[in-house]
Design a protein around this ligand. Structure first.
Ligand code: GLA
Length: 386
């Protein structure tokens, strides 16, 4: 986790919201990153491997202690004004404050005596776009509270605490990839993650990535995500009947997936998980040799997610096809959970800029609304803002 940097515009925005909402200066401003997963989709909750980067779309938190009533007063600068989260009555309300409330629930549950807090949030991670806005908020808030109170901020522990907040409080049965990216990101590096147990290793990665948001909103809570988690559990059970030593779906072989007796849907989900982990290992090996990201692996990943995992969408498939027709683009795939949200494209900076220029008009014509695009590189995870 990085030391203070010169403040980013988003940190300054949090500072301004803070002054407007509470008066004066915060004691501390921190931020955490959104993420793009280069490859390794839907493998984190199956004990596999993934290769995300933290990106320069960030969520900043300005925070100050306010002794007295044990409540968190929090403002995102939106129309909602200052909202109150009562530490003694934490309850899920199905809105954005569930993320900080979930983190408070974890902290208080772990015996931390959390005082009253004044908190302002600013973010340029698009919400519901598949770039992990929720994990960026959880990790930024947890990092802010822990730093303010002088508690441990070890990044992996922070990521796991935030994953528990999302699973136990918000109710999304997610893996740890998003929270680990938000916490552990490193500028100029991709993050080779293993998930059982969680481990992160930074691999040099300086390429630009074009992120294309299909602007078809998607909420994990309402999506088929939980169904996929369930189908993977069914596949693992079936595989364990023929190979009892397999403890996570990602550890199975394709032969075991084919040999086990199970319905078609779980078998296809398992095929995706096992083949995707092999692609992650190949991508990491290429980066370690100083080669560019292998675009063919990105395409194979997208095809597996489309056909076997069934989590793509017409707009995502359209973007991948369009991107691949642009000279100099060598790979593209959906990123994140899917069912809408974002795709990414790999290639030279010139090719990605040309794609960014060419795509919107054709997208508008084919899909019926405007996409959003960002050229990003790997950034730091949670950090104190100067
Ligand atoms: C969401 C989840 C992650 C991961 C991805 C798919 O972003 O939060 O844990 O499962 O989907 O790879």
């Amino acid at each position: 986790m990085s030391q203070p940097t010169s403040a980013t515009p988003i940190a300054n925005a949090a500072r301004r919201h803070f002054a407007k909402s509470f008066g004066g200066d915060p004691s501390l401003v921190v931020s955490a990153a959104g993420r793009v997963n280069l490859i390794g989709e839907h493998v984190d909750y199956n004990g596999g491997e993934a290769l995300p980067i933290a990106i320069q779309r960030r969520t900043a938190i300005a925070i100050r202690r306010k002794d007295g009533e044990k409540v968190t007063r929090i403002n995102s600068g939106g129309t909602g004004g200052v909202l109150k989260i009562d530490h003694a009555r934490l309850a899920r309300r199905r809105k954005w404050t569930d993320y900080p409330a979930g983190v408070l629930d974890q902290l208080i549950g772990a015996g931390v005596d959390v005082p009253g807090l004044e908190v302002a949030v600013a973010s340029d991670v698009p919400s519901g776009g598949g770039l992990s806005s929720s994990a960026a908020l959880e990790v930024a808030f947890d990092f802010a509270v822990r730093s303010l109170l002088g508690l441990d901020t070890e990044p992996l522990a922070l990521a796991l605490e935030c994953q528990r907040a999302e699973r136990d409080f918000v109710g999304v049965p997610c893996g740890a990839m998003d929270q680990a990216s938000a916490a552990c990101g490193r500028a100029g590096h991709a993050l080779h993650m293993a998930f059982s147990p969680l481990a992160v290793r930074a691999v040099p990665f300086a390429e630009p990535i074009l992120v294309i948001d299909t602007a078809v909103p998607r909420s994990l809570r309402g999506s088929a995500y939980a169904v996929r988690v369930q189908e993977c559990a069914v596949a693992l059970d079936a595989i364990r009947r023929v190979a009892s030593g397999v403890t996570a779906l990602a550890a199975a072989t394709l032969d075991q997936v084919e040999a086990a007796v199970m319905p078609d849907a779980p078998r296809r989900r398992a095929r995706h998980v096992v083949s995707e982990c092999a692609r992650v290992r190949q991508a990491v090996a290429a980066l370690e040799l100083g080669q560019p990201f292998p675009g063919a692996l990105a395409l194979a990943s997208h095809e597996s997610l489309r056909a076997d995992y069934e989590c793509s969408s017409p707009a995502l498939d359209w973007v991948v096809d369009f991107a691949m027709r642009q000279p100099g683009v060598n790979g593209a795939r959906l990123t994140g959970a899917g069912w809408g949200g974002c795709a990414i494209a790999f290639g030279s900076r010139e090719a990605l800029l040309a794609l960014e220029e060419a795509l919107p008009a054709s997208f508008q014509q084919a899909i019926g609304h405007a996409p959003r695009t960002w050229l990003v590189t790997a950034d730091d995870g949670a950090r104190v803002e100067g």
